[in-house]
Write a protein that binds this ligand. Structure first.
Ligand code: FES
Length: 387
């Protein structure tokens, strides 16, 4: 549990003040955040309580739950989650804590017709209703109908599955309407999950979000992987919204067309990958052919857990084309990981100073993300800032 990290209030107050001051700057004066923003365990706890538990956290993709009974388990900020497609086909995010005395009712992932707690065999159906509780009917205080597994608020958007732990966030869909207009012709919701794997990087979660979402580093960090496809100089920032930020990673004219194209794609859309981040923890690079996505969550201030995957137009995980794309993703992920872990070490030095951010097309998405964090922590935005 991260709650054990209790630090002097002054550190939290200082970072609140820094965030409010940065967010109030004009766009053209955008400036990176100080080291403690990425290293403070105390501030991470504030982020968890004020941002991550209150907002929609992406936890997976519906391609992981294809048939009734498919499930996977997750720990998220101390909550034990059991995500399952029930027998009616409905995806539910249930508490994975037995209503008897708290054992986990499921482990890992798989397919199940029912969940049997291995402590005393209370048994739940795939919708979380308690069906069997040995010897309990003899107890006057036992009401089987009131002993189902609690369900968390969840939404599916474009195939990704989100949970809101606090249960009172406004609809995710209502916060990404502007993004849907930009990406609709790519038909992400029709793409198939063809790859998923997990990783842990030694860097702050926000640093990874910022790295994924900015195109400034593409030509330098990814000279032989992404630069030939999406060079930095061709990046075009989108007009972001309340729940998202993004840019167009435009293709080098010399790079072969990334076919097959969906017939709805316009000429411009055939020649760029929308890169977007749905706050606070889903990042997507949506190519004309494949989509790369990363789902992240902090595990301490200097460690981030990653679930990254690929969706494709065809359900062909073993095809050479799919494998080549996954291999490319692995290659540039390694390049990003190396840079971010060096950056995390630099944050501990006395000489680190966050510098000015590059112009909007290159690092404006970082500025958007800082503004989002400031909004979530109650720091007022200038009127008209949020479309
Ligand atoms: Fe689950 Fe007792 S804790 S049946």
């Amino acid at each position: 549990m991260l709650d054990k990290h209790v630090a002097p209030l002054s550190e939290i107050e200082r970072l609140h003040s820094e965030l409010a001051d940065r967010a109030a700057l004009a766009d053209e004066d955008a400036w990176a955040m100080p080291a403690e923003y990425y290293t403070s365990e105390a501030f991470l706890q504030v982020e968890i309580n004020d941002v991550l538990r209150r907002d929609w956290m992406c936890i997976g993709h519906i391609g992981e739950l294809r048939t009734p009974g498919d499930f996977f388990t997750t720990e998220l900020f101390g909550e034990q989650l059991l995500t399952v497609r029930d027998t009616d086909g409905v995806i539910r995010v249930l508490s994975n804590v037995c209503r008897h005395r708290g054992n986990r009712v499921a482990e890992g992932s798989g397919n199940a017709k029912k969940f049997i707690c291995q402590y005393h065999t209370w048994t739940y159906d795939t919708a979380g209703a308690l069906k069997v509780a040995p010897h309990m009917k003899k107890r006057r205080v036992f009401d089987q109908s009131k002993c189902g597994l609690p369900e968390f608020a969840s939404e599916v958007w474009m195939g990704w599955l989100f949970v809101n732990l606090e249960g009172n966030a406004i609809s995710l869909a209502s916060r990404v309407g502007g993004l849907e207009v930009v990406i609709e012709n790519y038909h992400q919701d029709q793409r198939h999950l063809v790859h998923m794997e997990e990783d842990v990087w030694d860097c702050n979660w926000k640093a990874l979000f910022e790295n994924f979402m900015e195109g400034y580093h593409l030509s330098a960090t990814h000279l032989n992987t992404l630069h030939p496809i999406t060079p930095t100089k061709l990046c075009q920032k989108m007009v972001s919204g309340e729940g998202w930020t993004g840019y167009h990673a435009c293709y080098d004219p010399d790079y072969p067309p990334r076919e097959p194209f969906h017939p709805d794609l316009t000429e411009f859309e055939r020649n760029n990958s929308p890169m977007y981040g749905v706050y606070p923890n889903l990042m997507v690079g949506m190519g004309t052919d494949f989509t790369l996505f990363m789902i992240i969550r902090p595990d301490g201030a200097d460690k981030v857990r990653i679930r990254w995957g690929v969706t494709g137009q065809d359900d062909t995980p073993e095809s050479e084309t799919t494998q080549n794309y996954v291999s490319l993703c692995r290659s540039f992920n390694i390049e990003d990981k190396e840079k971010l872990e060096i950056l995390q070490q630099a944050l501990q030095t006395r000489t680190y100073q966050g510098g000015p951010l590059a112009p909007d097309d290159f690092e404006g998405t970082i500025w958007d993300f800082i503004q989002y964090m400031a909004r979530k922590m109650g720091h007022v935005q200038s009127p008209g800032k949020i479309p």
